[in-house]
Design a binder for this molecule. Structure first.
Ligand code: FAD
Length: 385
């Protein structure tokens, strides 16, 4: 009989949920511990590229995601002041044909719900804030803020930028504030209809030190979303986000194109989030613990690929565990790191630089990536190289 090893996943965000689904599909025993008491539909959208949609295919949720989301034909980049087009990156049918899956934009809460949907209620335990973790060599012991304990053969740290599992591996260190904030607002279709503008499916308005990314978050196109990047050297709050205002938006985007002004006028509520990151970590794993997603490579969100990298990590981790088996788990985790580090670091650097699709560049290296078709890097050859 197969010796069934147990996995604990810390954090039920995009990466944690994806790794739990894939581990379960592969026949492993997995429990997710999430500190939040429950999830709510926070006001934010997200892009999912063909690189992730191919993983959703494997998870059995590609169609669900596809039906719910908006399918832009292009990513437009436009000059924030003049409205001139800087790039027209083909998506839509082009993405289906060239990259092997759709490029979609969707509400983050809706996406999260679909990713979690293959799991049973008992697989995700809410209200479990990990406070202490110890790898004894034979198993991993966890202690939660509510005084309860749990143990597992392996722990996956999918607990985001302030990861407790990362802290156990590498010591306490706050992430770095990048000097930029992101405003986020959702605008209903009804509200949008009051303004006579050409609201494009997916467009990024740029000037030298700031931008506004705008897209629909539903297939019905009845919810429009914007997310900005604006310098704010004075941010000094520990809060994950604060309320912003129309007035603040007007000031930040003074002189911007009429369509942007109309979007600000249509705004009813807007929040402001500090953008934080970390330098690439020197290690992603030790013995029975391994990191994924923002816990090991957080980035500024300007490539719209941070969540995508968490989901790619999840898929590669499970692929390597299946390939090697759990009896040699150290090799499995090493293989995972070897097959993820270069790509995640490249995306992290590119995203932090905020130049993605500003010009008519070819995004095939990112969108065309098929994690399951990619041959696994050979550990021995890599060490010799
Ligand atoms: C403004 C903005 C826009 C973005 N847009 C995009 C986009 O369009 N496309 C894209 O791919 N990415 C985007 N991203 C990036 C994306 O949101 C992140 O990279 C992604 O959420 C990382 O997923 P994760 O699962 O690693 O971590 P998270 O989503 O942060 O999930 C971590 C989970 O762990 C839980 N947790 C934390 N600590 C503990 C603990 N001690 N015990 C138990 N549970 C814990 C948290 O409650 C949370 O549920 C954006 C980010 C921002 C800030």
């Amino acid at each position: 009989m197969k010796d069934k090893k147990t996995f604990a996943v810390i954090g039920a965000g995009l990466g944690g949920a994806a790794v739990a689904v894939l581990l379960k599909q592969a026949g492993f025993d997995v429990t997710v511990y999430e500190r939040a008491p429950h999830f709510s539909r926070l006001g934010a959208g997200i892009h999912m590229g063909p690189n992730v949609m191919k993983i959703f295919r494997k998870m059995g949720i590609e169609e669900k995601v596809s039906i719910m989301s908006s399918h832009p034909d292009f990513w437009f980049s436009r000059d924030g002041l003049t409205g001139d087009y800087l790039s027209r990156i083909p998506l839509g049918d082009f993405a289906l044909k060239e990259y092997g899956a759709a490029y979609v934009t969707i509400h983050r809460g809706d996406l999260h719900e679909v990713i979690l949907s293959p799991l049973d209620e008992k697989d995700v335990v809410f209200g479990k804030h990990l406070e202490e973790i110890e790898d004894t060599g034979d198993e991993v012991l966890m202690k939660f803020a509510d005084g309860t304990h749990a143990k597992a053969d392996f722990v996956i740290g999918a607990d985001g930028i302030n990861s407790m599992v990362r802290e156990n591996l590498l010591g306490k260190e706050k992430p770095t504030y990048s000097g930029w904030v992101a405003h986020r607002a959702l605008i209903t279709g009804e509200q949008l209809a009051k303004y006579q503008h050409n609201f494009e499916d997916c467009v990024k308005w740029w000037t030298e030190d700031r931008h506004m990314m705008v897209y629909f978050t539903t297939g019905r196109r009845d919810e429009y979303y914007y997310v900005t990047g604006v310098p704010d050297p004075d941010w000094n709050s520990d809060a994950p986000f604060v309320d912003s205002s129309k007035e603040e938006m007007k000031e930040a985007f003074v002189g911007y194109h009429d369509t942007v002004q109309a979007l600000i006028d249509a705004t009813t509520s807007v929040t402001k989030w500090p953008l934080k990151n970390r330098s690439p970590l020197p290690l992603w794993r030790r013995n029975r613990m391994v990191l994924l997603g923002d816990a090991c490579h957080p980035m500024k969100p300007h490539m719209a690929q941070g969540g995508a990298m968490a989901i790619e990590d999840a898929a590669m981790l499970v692929r390597c565990i299946e390939e090697v088996g759990t009896s040699d788990y150290q090799t499995a985790f090493e293989l995972y790191e070897a097959n993820r580090k270069d790509r995640a670091t490249r995306v992290q650097a590119n995203s932090n630089a905020n130049t993605w699709l500003y010009t008519q560049e070819d995004p095939a290296w990112c969108f065309g990536y098929d994690l399951y078709a990619e041959p696994l890097k050979d550990l021995v050859k890599k060490e010799l190289a």
